[in-house]
Write a protein that binds this ligand. Structure first.
Ligand SMILES: [Zn+2]
Length: 484
């Protein structure tokens, strides 16, 4: 391409894409290379058009898949439909009908004979840490970030193959991985990233050792901060900076730790960490950007302070009391929680402070779910698997544990349609606009074909290798065990 053509090309790019192109280039952080990036983008767009013209059999809307004879769990109601057909075009569910759906039976249309099996929305995990699932804490704080990204990429593929088509990342340097997944370089779920979790000195997520204190102005940041896993902020001004940095990087929501945590070496469980003014600074910065703040909080004091500051979602909440549950319900605050598996405590040596903290939290699980049901709190579910590839393999089982408090149907609605309602709180910062977590016309096509009825037998979810026959995300098929 000659210089004149290049200038023309840039003009037409601006004309056709307007500011979007510039913004995308900025977002991708290639500002110094803006010109080159635009040119490359233009050439790629040209190539894509060539390809489409060269193969007219490809429908303009993209690939087409027809699921025939499936019973639908729609992510909203607790019952299955009668035998139905579902047409997916591009990344959308185009049509659902009990009658036959005529479609072009060309080679580009994938026909899936459901045989009366269940078609349901992809599962959503609302408390995931894409970058922190497989490495140990030591590896996270010492290993090369390239290595950590590759490990996280492998885990992301495994996550999708367990039927989790979306995760809300509750802290960690996930932006690169998210981009690689969205661009198709790595197979994985949709990621709603928070970026670094924001904490205070000695708060949950501050993994520094005593020898690293005191922090002095101008000194290098701690390793956890350098890689964007957790940022330490000790005033409203510092909080604002860190929140805005995550938003600039593309965070869809902001995560703060409002109280002590189990795995953090220097944060007592009873500690309330941020001041109300600090929390409010985060809330203002997030709301100015059209999104919300969620906080890690177990105790009544930390939950109540967060709500007073305008926080819209509480993570965990295992030590809440009756008055706090009432407040959460009255204010319409979301509770995003889980039943931690007892084995998690085994990660900590007997007699250790961390183990004692774990057991204290676990003891509150039953009361919290009971209160959530009693006060009809808007409840979402996520696993919070950390530093354990083995536990991650049981992601589905961590969901089915909820049948101690909910019916299988209620449990599955929570992990699909309800979780998606909380995702939508990201407003225009939602990286994947459109409906998620439901099977309905016009929704994004994130679908699972289950070999059986998961409402009658929710344990099917515990063995995805065997029981999830088709896994589709955004209209693309990542697994089709019926093809053989
Ligand atoms: Zn977490």
């Amino acid at each position: 391409m000659g210089p004149v053509a290049a200038v023309e090309a840039i003009r037409s790019v601006f004309a056709s894409f307007g500011l979007t192109a510039i913004r995308q280039v900025r977002r991708g952080q290639y500002r110094p290379l803006a010109l080159a990036a635009l040119l490359v983008g233009l050439c790629q767009a040209g190539q894509a058009q060539e390809t489409q013209r060269a193969s007219p059999s490809t429908p303009p809307g993209g690939a087409v898949t027809l699921f025939q004879n499936v019973r639908i769990f729609d992510g909203k109601s607790g019952t299955l439909t009668g035998p139905s057909n579902v047409l997916v075009r591009g990344n959308q569910i185009e049509r659902i009908s009990t009658g036959p759906i005529p479609t072009d039976r060309s080679a580009t249309t994938v026909l899936i004979e459901g045989g009366g099996r269940t078609l349901m929305p992809g599962l959503i995990d609302m408390h995931w840490h894409t970058m922190l699932v497989r490495p140990t804490v030591a590896a996270l704080l010492t290993a090369d970030i390239g290595f950590l990204n590759l490990v996280a990429g492998a885990e992301a593929t495994a996550t999708l193959m367990r039927g989790f088509t979306t995760v809300r990342d509750m802290g960690g340097p996930a932006f690169g991985l998210k981009r690689a997944i969205d661009e198709g370089t790595v197979v994985g779920p949709r990621v709603f990233p928070s970026g670094a979790m924001i904490t205070i000195t000695s708060g949950h997520g501050d993994f520094r050792q005593p020898f690293e204190l005191p922090r002095t102005v101008g000194a290098p940041m701690s390793r956890g901060e350098q890689i964007g896993a957790a940022m330490i902020a000790d005033s409203p001004d510092e909080v604002r900076v860190r929140v805005r940095e995550q938003l600039m990087l593309g965070a869809s929501q902001i995560k703060l730790t409002a109280g002590g945590g189990v795995a953090s070496p220097h944060s007592p469980l009873d500690a309330t960490t941020f001041t109300e003014a600090e929390l409010r600074a985060a809330v203002e910065a997030a709301e100015n950007w059209g999104t919300y703040v969620t906080v890690h909080a177990y105790t009544p004091a930390s939950i109540q302070r967060a709500i007073a500051a305008g926080v819209k979602c509480i993570e965990h909440g295992h030590l809440m009391d009756e008055a706090t549950a009432k407040l959460i319900a009255e204010k319409g605050i979301w509770l995003s929680t889980q039943a931690f598996p007892d084995e998690l405590a085994d990660a900590f040596p007997p007699g250790s402070l961390e183990r004692a903290k774990a057991l204290e939290v676990f003891a509150g699980t039953d009361r919290t779910f009971t209160l959530a049901k009693k006060y009809k709190i808007k409840t979402a579910w996520g696993t919070d698997v950390l530093f354990s590839e083995k536990l991650a393999q049981r992601q589905g089982e961590l969901l089915t544990k909820l049948v101690r408090w909910y019916t299988p149907a209620e449990t599955l609605v929570m992990a699909t349609g309800t979780n998606a309602q909380l995702l939508a709180l990201s407003g225009k910062r939602n990286p994947y606009p459109g409906k998620l977590g439901v099977v309905e016309e016009g929704a994004r096509a994130d679908l699972l074909l289950v070999d059986g009825d998961p409402i009658a037998n929710i344990k099917l979810i515990e063995d995805p290798d065997k029981n999830l026959l088709v896994i589709m995300k955004d209209g693309r098929i990542y697994k089709n065990a019926l093809r053989e």
